[in-house]
Design a protein. Structure first.
Length: 339
């Protein structure tokens, strides 16, 4: 029987061809006119979009017969389990989808569906973002840009990254890549990981490794603190006033995980008092970031619109994972990147 694959977000034509070229008895269904148009490279949500009644009926028919779905359907996030009762496997285009799925009860509502994610795809761009933030603060580049606007010439001394301490909360593939790059710059790296028993520090690229319960031992050393943990009940507001007070004066926070990991009021206070030298934020409690947020106007904050992980290579890398898994699926083998 022919396996029907439905692609629910924009994908470049050459990547659709790559999926179609995988050997196997399946049909790839890709209807760009029925899905949101992307606003930028690798945009999986797309611009505001509505279908005509006829188009909506056509789309729901495609969902109803799909065996495999590439990406969550942004137009039917809440009722997807009802509209796609036959789907056996869904490939997500994001890495951290567990909370998203839990909030919508997908596990209970889609008990016969396998979910895979894009873990690993975003490691390099997120690590590069963290490196950029650290260098911008160390080299005083925010001040340099302001001086350039004013045509003001004033020499200064920057700070080297070597021998500085980088602490990373969350040592998945992204955290490990951040640690690896930090080591390349001569930094001391510390990791925080849920399971540390039997861990190989060399493979994790860290000099020290701690469990979450020992966070109080890590923070006093963290000249740069990177958050790349998922949002769970345990991690919500895990970095608040007490945690900021434990960090060294002049340290820098980088949040590329989820906005819910940080108590933003406490962060603003720590930045305003100068206890923290700065922050590079790609995620926030409320997104888009409200126009009245203090973060917009703070001279020691880099505001990134949840885009640190998105690059021109993202769709290709996700498609590679999907095609690899498609071969495994057709062969009856275990899939990689299981949620």
């Amino acid at each position: 029987m022919t396996v029907k694959i439905l692609i629910t977000s924009y994908l470049e034509p050459e990547l659709v061809r790559c999926i179609r070229e995988v050997d196997g008895d399946f049909a790839v269904i890709y209807e760009p006119s029925l899905i949101p148009k992307p606003c930028y490279f690798s945009d999986h949500k797309g611009e505001f979009f509505t279908r005509s009644p006829e188009e909506e009926a056509q789309w729901q028919e495609l969902l109803s017969v799909a065996d495999i779905i590439f990406d969550f359907d942004q137009t039917h996030l809440d009722d997807l389990p009802d509209l796609a009762p036959n789907v056996k496997w869904l490939q997500a285009t994001s890495s951290g989808v567990a909370r998203f799925m839990s909030d919508r009860g997908y596990k209970a509502r889609m008990p016969n569906t396998i979910f895979t994610n894009a873990v690993g795809v975003h490691a390099q761009p997120l690590a590069e973002f963290c490196l950029m933030v650290m260098i911008m603060f160390n080299k005083g580049f925010l001040e340099v840009l302001e001086d350039q606007k004013k045509k003001h010439w004033e020499r200064y001394a920057g700070i080297d990254l070597s021998n500085r301490t980088l602490a990373i909360i969350g040592l998945g593939q992204v955290g490990q890549e951040i640690a690896r790059i930090g080591k390349q710059f001569g930094m001391k790296t510390i990791g925080v990981k849920r399971s540390i028993e039997g861990a190989n520090l060399e493979k994790l690229h860290v000099d020290e490794l701690y469990a979450p319960d020992d966070l109080h031992k890590v923070l006093p050393k963290a000249e740069y603190l990177v958050l790349i943990a998922p949002h769970t009940d345990e991690t919500a507001k895990m970095i608040a006033e007490k945690e900021f007070s434990l960090m060294p004066k002049g340290s820098v926070l980088i949040n590329i995980g989820r906005g819910a990991l940080v108590d933003e009021k406490a962060l603003i206070k720590a930045l305003e008092t100068g206890h923290l030298a700065g922050a590079g934020l790609d995620v926030f409690e409320v997104e888009p970031l409200p126009k009245d947020s203090p973060f917009w106007d703070m001279p020691n904050v880099i505001v990134s619109p949840h885009s640190a992980s998105t690059t021109n290579n993202e769709n290709k890398l996700i498609t590679d994972i999907f095609c690899n898994n498609l071969v495994r699926y057709l062969a009856g083998e275990d899939l990689i990147n299981l949620v």
